[in-house]
Design a protein around this ligand. Structure first.
Ligand code: THU
Length: 138
């Protein structure tokens, strides 16, 4: 799937729209994710914190759940937006969750904020030598 400027603009707009749904009254750090699946569809998610702090979760699993429930099988692009100014990167646990539904050197992870797109990597760059589903085919 070609990452045209038009698609990048749509993903950024959807990720920022997802951020508006963030429930982050404790950290105030609102995160949105727009996930592009193998069918070219976009699924969104936001972080959902909880008064019992460890029970909260990140924006990436929210978006992955939306993708899975819509029948998506593979994440192709994940555009993650935070508040800036520091460039947001998915936490370690989220990298592993994304790993489950992607080909690590094909999944493009893009960081952005309300000012626009900041940086991009592949999942393989962010999570090298990853443990994945094929390890369980022993
Ligand atoms: N957060 C995400 O949603 N995704 C990330 O990749 C980094 C961190 C959330 C978790 C928590 O609600 C807030 O950001 C501050 O850590």
């Amino acid at each position: 799937m070609e990452l045209t400027q038009e698609l990048l603009d749509r993903l950024l707009a959807e990720s920022l729209r997802a951020r508006e749904f963030s429930h982050a009254p404790y950290s105030k750090y609102r995160v949105g994710v727009a996930l592009l699946d193998e069918q070219g569809r976009i699924h969104i998610g936001a972080n959902v914190e909880n008064a019992s702090f460890p029970q909260g979760w990140c924006a990436e699993p929210s978006a992955l759940t939306a993708m899975i429930m819509a029948g998506g099988k593979q994440a192709k692009v994940a555009l993650v937006t935070g508040p800036g100014p520091d460039i947001i990167t998915p936490c370690g646990g989220c990298r592993q969750k994304l790993r489950e539904f992607s080909v690590p050197d094909e999944l493009v992870i893009i960081a952005g904020d309300p000012g626009g797109i900041r940086q991009r990597w592949t999942l393989a760059e962010l999570l090298p030598h990853s443990f994945g589903p094929s390890h369980l085919n022993f």
